[in-house]
Design a protein around this ligand. Structure first.
Ligand SMILES: Cc1cc2nc3c(=O)[nH]c(=O)nc-3n(C[C@H](O)[C@H](O)[C@H](O)COP(=O)(O)OP(=O)(O)OC[C@H]3O[C@@H](n4cnc5c(N)ncnc54)[C@H](O)[C@@H]3O)c2cc1C
Length: 420
């Protein structure tokens, strides 16, 4: 056996290829990758996280939900996040023409944190991965996972620097890189129609005294109810602004900057607020961002966050779903590596999909306007508002909330009452 091992080492030396062994290879160092790496490392599991980019790097997804906070706490990241001084967030506001409604996340029916942050993701993601490194996780930056081969006894990953990694388990947290969905042909079309987002960061110069920087502002387009804007203020006088809709609605045959400004200045509240804004950063776009897969796991691998299913940005659920998937995956992978029996369907897929499907109801309800009718209704019932508020705060996994457990029927009834 010893001779064979020496021969393998010699042979790989001759080829100039180094082979390393780890328990878990995590592909991608975004929120799902850093959280799962830290949680596994706490269980004594040897993790290698491989990240294609050099951090900090830009990524969209800047408004967190309070349900993230406990997972950040569990991963040991919260103190560092709080220390940075990100914009404190305590709710979500909605505007449509002259209507304005808001939800205070502390006034919700679920237990748990009621506040969170609005973050520049470049900084936020770097804080998370740096904290994971401090805890002992090994991270290779500027290295892509180029190929994965599932062999009899182990899985072999080929990295862009030529390294070969032997891993007992692969966690795909590669976001839109979607390494395993592409490799294993797991992609299926999303049930949500393809949309495009135009967005940028601006110096907002908002001087309206009553404007609440502690809430994301979601604005319905005055002409098209299936087009909406986000305004996410940061703590440094800047904010993220974006418009989302089907390409045919947004296209005005002009530059990206003209397109974004054209739509923003059609919305009365945004026009008033952003009157003195300085548009100093190039516009970015992303199209057809909703993604889905046939399956969330397979023999010796699991998919997390955006590498699995991504719905839509409207209720800022992406990072929360990514973190919940990371937490659940850390639990099942720990059990698997300890030799325990795991029912992946019951212990990973069903718990994760419960919350994703709750969000799906409200995302679909937003675009078919049933949920907008609820949000912009004139009368409100306090108990119902607290339950809806829980969902908006990210507690979509709360089995005591009928707006989560029976989301479709509950929304249908509520929308009919509101319409009347
Ligand atoms: C327009 C828009 C607005 C959004 N707004 C919000 C919001 O306000 N709030 C919110 O919560 N969510 C929002 N989201 C969703 C959010 O961006 C994602 O859900 C979140 O970033 C997912 O985290 P992740 O860790 O799964 O993936 P990512 O954050 O995408 O991280 C994946 C990492 O994997 C790396 N990678 C990729 N391929 C490879 C490879 N081959 N090898 C090694 N590394 C690799 C990437 O470089 C990246 O760093 C928005 C999404 C869109 C499209």
């Amino acid at each position: 056996m010893l001779i064979l091992t020496i021969m393998i080492f010699k042979f790989s030396d001759i080829l100039g290829v180094s082979m390393r062994c780890v328990d878990v290879l995590v592909i991608g160092g975004g929120p799902s990758g850093s959280i799962v790496s830290a949680l596994l490392n706490k269980q004594g599991i040897k993790v290698l996280c491989v990240e294609k980019e050099k951090f900090p790097r830009f990524v969209i997804g800047e408004s967190l939900l309070p349900n993230c906070m406990n997972i950040l706490r569990e991963a040991g990241f919260l103190e560092a996040v709080e220390a940075y001084g990100f914009q404190y967030k305590n709710g979500a506001a909605f505007s449509w023409k002259d209507e304005y409604r808001y939800f205070d996340f502390c006034d919700k029916s679920s237990n748990g944190d009621g506040t969170t942050f609005q973050v520049q993701r470049a900084v936020f993601d770097k804080i998370l991965i740096d904290e994971a490194i401090k805890q002992g996780v090994e991270v290779c930056f500027e290295t892509a996972v180029e190929d994965i081969n599932f062999l009899d006894q182990y899985t072999e990953a080929t990295l862009s620097d030529g390294q070969k990694i032997q891993a007992k388990y692969i966690i795909d947290a590669s976001g839109y890189g979607r390494v395993l969905p592409r490799k294993l042909n797991l992609e299926v079309p999303s049930t949500l129609s393809p949309k495009k987002a135009y967005f940028t960061h601006i110096k907002d110069n908002i001087d309206e005294i009553l404007y609440d920087r502690k809430k994301i502002l979601i604005t319905t387009h005055p002409e098209f109810r299936d087009v909406w804007f986000w305004l996410i203020p940061f703590s440094n006088g800047r904010c993220s602004i974006g418009v989302v809709g089907e390409e045919s609605r947004l296209n005005i045959n002009s530059s990206d900057e003209d397109t974004l400004k054209h739509h923003v200045y059609l919305a009365p509240m945004l026009k008033r607020l952003l009157d003195k804004a300085v548009w100093d950063t190039p516009i970015r776009t992303i199209s057809s961002y909703s993604k889905d897969v046939k399956q969330l796991y397979g023999h010796r691998y699991v998919l997390l966050g955006n590498a699995s299913e991504f719905l839509d940005p409207v209720f800022s659920s992406g990072v929360t779903i990514a973190m919940v998937s990371a937490k659940l995956a850390s639990q099942v992978v720990t059990k698997i590596l300890n030799g325990d029996q795991v029912d992946m369907q019951k212990e990973y897929v069903e718990p994760l999909m419960f919350g994703i499907n709750t969000f799906r109801t409200y995302v679909e309800g937003w675009y078919n306007t049933k949920f907008q009718d609820v949000i912009y209704a004139k009368d409100e019932n306090h108990k119902v508002k607290r339950q809806i508020c829980s969902i908006l705060a990210g507690y979509a996994w709360d089995h005591t909330n009928p707006y989560a457990t029976r989301s479709n029927e509950a929304l249908e009834v509520l929308a009919q009452i509101c319409k009347r």
